[in-house]
Design a protein around this ligand. Structure first.
Ligand code: LLP
Length: 417
């Protein structure tokens, strides 16, 4: 499905004209489609074995209204901080559907999660296991735990988002998994519930998942043989998105692998997709500030920058950029850049686009995941607002955090005032 399509020559989000929205909200802004979110969630729900817990990775897009949309569709949440836990709960995701991942959980975060009664902690090492045991014991409760193991699979993705190799900070090494389960079994306030993995993000090679999941399931069976109650298997997230127009990674094929590998295995299956649910449900709309001639290049200088969308600068990520007004047949080739004072503030090179002028609008596509979530106020730039569309309705679901508000967070020290 494509929730962002041209109507009467102007790009719409569902039934809302992005040009009208830009006039009302101001640019740059993120715009999300309710139907795309629910459609993407339903694709997972319908393809995966019945009863699976789809714990949406909040880090991809943690906007309250986005989370609420997914909660209503039946999503759980994968959270990695006390802040994400608060957001997920506030959005109406039941604690019983929340999984807590992350390599550096604090004791305060553990306490909050235990008090909320979350489904499970995905524990990434022995020291964390011991800390969690202490915290749970002090609350007179038990912490349901899956140990995150590292299947030693290095999928073909950007090095900065690959997590499944043997020596990363994530999870426990494959070879040491049995020892960690033995420790967990000895800790009185730890309740072994399952096993977990997550091999990385933006993975389109389904064979990498298949290898990792095969190993994970073998290990789960082995641990069961040793008497551990491994009744949940958490496969993590990571299914990629088609950013460049290649064949999209296929949810059906992914689900098929899972179904085949888990056949006859009595276990609750857990998944943590983020990007595959949120990415193509969002666009970043920006206005052209200047069209500037270089020696041999034309630069489109946008009012959105790397502070609004970091992925191109950080991962050399490609996002298609289109003109909001599908006007005329004249075309030009542009390097599309932001206003931030860094050479890295470059969204795309050599883009063949309709001829644009100052004041025209562009949309940067598939930015619903890891877009607003990774935004900052670098260069003292306002944080872009977020808009949710549903049919012909739209609402600002996060107002712009403006420069006055940002200035207001700073204080002079006592000796300066
Ligand atoms: N579960 C865990 C434990 C994770 O660490 C992640 C992502 C996910 C699930 C969700 O993965 P997804 O389905 O979204 O691929 N900022 C980067 C992506 C970082 C992903 C970090 N972990 C980007 O913009 O590409």
């Amino acid at each position: 499905m494509n929730a962002f399509a041209y109507r009467n020559g102007s790009l719409h989000a569902e039934d809302v004209d992005l040009a009208t929205l830009a006039d009302d909200v101001g640019t740059p802004f993120y715009c999300y489609s309710t139907s795309a979110l629910t459609h993407n969630f339903a694709r997972f729900r319908d393809a995966l074995p019945k009863g699976a817990l789809i714990a949406y990775a909040v880090k991809a897009n943690g906007n309250l209204a986005v989370l609420n949309t997914l909660a209503q569709a039946g999503a759980g949440a994968d959270v990695v901080s006390g802040g994400e836990l608060k957001k997920a709960l506030a959005a109406g995701i039941p604690a019983s559907r929340i999984v807590f991942s992350g390599v550096g959980k604090t004791r305060a975060e553990m306490k909050a999660a235990l008090e909320a009664g979350i489904h499970q902690f995905n524990v990434e090492g022995e020291p964390e296991l011991e800390a969690l045991n202490d915290v749970a014991a002090s609350l007179n409760t038990h912490a349901p735990v899956a140990i995150r193991v590292n299947p030693d699979v290095s999928p073909d993705t950007h090095a900065k988002i690959s997590t499944g190799g043997a020596e990363t900070k994530f999870g426990v090494p494959w070879k040491r998994a049995r020892d960690v389960y033995a420790l967990a079994a000895k800790l009185p306030a730890i309740e072994i519930a399952g096993i977990a993995t997550h091999i990385g993000s933006q993975i389109s090679d389904l064979a990498a998942f298949e290898t990792a999941f095969t190993r994970l399931i073998e290990l789960a069976k082995d641990l069961r043989g040793q008497g551990h109650a491994v009744s949940r298997i958490d496969f993590g997230g990571g299914l990629g998105v088609d950013y460049s127009g290649d064949a999209p990674p296929d949810v059906q094929a992914y689900a098929h692998i899972v179904s085949r590998l888990t056949q006859g295995l009595e276990a609750q299956l857990i998944f943590e997709p983020g990007r595959a649910i949120a990415a193509d449900a969002g666009v970043l709309v920006s206005r052209v500030l200047y069209v500037k001639q270089g020696e041999s290049r034309n630069f489109l200088v946008l009012d959105a920058g790397m502070n609004d969308l970091l992925r191109p600068a950080l991962y050399d990520a490609h996002h298609e950029i289109v003109a909001v007004a599908d006007a005329g047949s004249a075309r030009a080739v542009y390097d599309i850049v932001g206003p931030v004072c860094e050479t890295a503030d470059l969204f795309a090179r050599n883009c063949d686009m309709p001829l644009l002028k100052s004041g025209d609008l562009v949309a940067i596509l598939k930015t619903g995941a890891y877009g607003a979530a990774m935004a900052s106020a670098y260069n003292m730039r306002a944080i872009a607002p977020e808009v949710l569309v549903k049919g012909a309705q739209w609402a600002i679901v996060r107002p712009r955090i403006n420069e006055d508000e940002l200035v207001g967070y700073d204080r002079l020290s006592p000796w300066q005032s």
